[in-house]
Design a protein around this ligand. Structure first.
Ligand code: SAH
Ligand code: SF4
Ligand code: F3S
Length: 481
């Protein structure tokens, strides 16, 4: 997208510039040369494969890594049999973390067969010193390890890795830098994530994200708006504004623009059909935001509003800084402005000290709010967070019982709620050919619900009116009218 700097015009006999992003363009030119030579030596093009674990932030980061790798001459592949394999890792819960170690064994076997293979690890897990220690001791075959703050330096890091035949580790504890105008390769041509801020200052007591993503930094509104305008010119219909807590956007900037104001400016961009955003912390959701959402038809009527627990006592222990009553009143306010809004949430089960009574408070919230869908997570102890030190960790069998009870409840509610659009005609952004049945297409309603309907691949990326025949629990079966 920003690929307007011509690498051929960069003089590699000069020393690398200090300022960014020019320094990275210098290394892209240098690296491209190294890759060209390697390609001649091996007699085939060099391929890369990035596997992404974790949330939309990581997915967006992977698009940035991909943009740089394509610029320096690597060819994209879906297979881990590639010359360069990168795992962009997540560590929000222990099970995601364990998956990475499991797959590394498989990569090692591939590398033994192909000595030219390069293995890179990046993302949130790499920001944990004990993980890097373990990799340095027991996973020596990994070539390149970097973190969340320096992904923009990929070309520079690959240059070093290609020149020196040893494990390269570059992890920064924190940063106040945001480097703009680097290449990005989008996964979808019709929709895109756009970072509006990085990091998190909330320190919910269970959560590792503030430790691995650093302090909150907002991008300047001019940069965000410019990026979105370019995306729209490029054919993008839907954008998702990304941040761990979008509602605190702008706190570190010199002017008074906050999230509601930014969203209003984004909604005014000509040709932008759909706007989503993730994630909203209930404590910072302003009245102005609700007003802006209700005013613009291109802002999707969907709000992901993680409650985490319905018990005020547990919420206090979680450092969420709102009560059950505050949350319920907020939901009422939102619905009074946008009655048909789709609300979704995250819930953690088995936070230390959660009693049966606390759990029933969560059930009460679920029954009162009646979410369109609920993402349920079993509490996972993350070393270094305050909750990991708390007494009364909950036994596994109790957690399982609560999980199943809540699951049955949310399924029943979702099934009932989601069917409210049956028999209506609604606009669908067509996203892909259905994986199970290639005669069907899969798309999304503005409220984020999935719809499958007979169609063909030429419809991908267009917005079409679809008749919603019936709701099958979590998705609709529809037909084009
Ligand atoms: N910034 C977002 C959440 C990012 S993490 C927010 O504040 O809403 C996504 C979800 O993972 C969280 O909402 C939470 O429900 C869950 N989560 C985070 N840490 C967890 C942990 N230690 N154990 C279980 N679930 C966790
Ligand atoms: Fe984690 Fe809380 Fe920040 Fe979300 S707001 S990323 S749950 S610390
Ligand atoms: Fe995971 Fe990092 Fe996102 S820990 S959830 S990838 S911010």
């Amino acid at each position: 997208m920003f690929n307007d700097i011509n690498l051929d015009e960069i003089d590699l006999t000069e020393s690398p510039p200090e300022e960014e992003p020019n320094r990275q363009y210098y290394f892209m030119a240098k690296c491209r040369e190294l890759i060209r030579r390697k390609k001649e030596e091996l007699g085939h093009p060099l391929s890369f494969c990035i596997k992404t674990f974790g949330c939309q932030m990581n997915a967006r980061d992977s698009e940035k890594l991909q943009g740089i790798l394509e610029k320096i001459g690597y060819i994209k592949s879906k297979s881990e049999m590639s010359t360069f394999v990168i795992y962009n890792t997540c560590t929000v819960r222990e099970n995601v973390n364990l998956r990475v170690y499991g797959r590394l064994g498989y990569l090692h076997a591939l590398k033994k067969k192909n000595p030219h293979m390069m293995i890179g690890l990046c993302g949130c897990m790499m920001q944990e010193p004990k993980v890097v220690e373990k990799l340095k001791n027991s996973y020596r075959f990994v070539d390149l390890i970097f973190g969340t703050h320096n992904i923009y330096k990929l070309a520079e890091l690959v240059t070093v890795a290609l020149e020196q035949n040893k494990m390269i580790v570059d992890i920064w504890k924190n940063t106040d830098q945001i480097v703009e105008n680097l290449p990005i390769d989008r996964k979808y041509f019709f929709k895109s994530g756009v970072n509006i801020m990085f990091g998190c200052n909330n320190f919910c007591s269970y959560c590792i994200v503030p430790y691995v993503r650093g302090r909150e930094r907002s991008r300047r509104p001019e940069e965000i708006l410019e990026e979105i305008r370019k995306l729209v010119n490029d054919g993008v219909k839907e954008i998702m504004l990304l941040g761990q807590n979008v509602n605190s956007y702008g706190q570190n900037l010199a002017h008074s623009l906050r999230f509601a104001g930014l969203l209003e400016q984004v909604a005014g961009i000509n040709g932008l059909e759909r706007i989503r955003f993730m994630t909203s912390h209930p404590k910072d959701l302003s009245e102005e935001l609700i007003e802006v959402m209700s005013k613009y038809s291109n802002i999707c009527p969907h709000l992901h509003l993680p409650v985490q627990s319905g018990s005020t006592n547990i919420l206090r222990q979680m450092n969420r800084r709102y009560t059950k009553e505050f949350y319920l009143a907020l939901v009422d306010r939102i619905r009074s402005f946008i009655p048909d809004i789709s609300l979704t949430t995250d819930i953690i089960i088995g936070f230390p000290g959660e009693t049966e009574k606390d759990f029933m408070e969560t059930i009460d919230v679920v029954e009162k709010v009646r979410y369109d869908s609920t993402f349920m997570f079993i509490y996972s102890k993350r070393t270094g967070t305050p909750a990991a030190e708390m007494d009364k960790q909950i036994p596994e069998e109790v957690i399982k019982e609560r999980f199943n009870f809540l699951l049955a409840k949310v399924k029943e509610i979702s099934r009932d709620k989601l069917s409210r659009f049956e028999g209506k005609i609604m606009n669908v952004l067509v996203e892909a050919v259905n994986e199970q049945d290639p005669s069907l297409m899969t798309g999304r309603l503005a409220n984020n619900l999935l719809v499958h309907f007979p169609g063909n691949a030429s419809m991908i990326g267009t917005i079409l009116p679809v008749y919603l025949n019936c709701c099958n629990g979590f998705y609709y079966i529809g037909s084009i009218i």
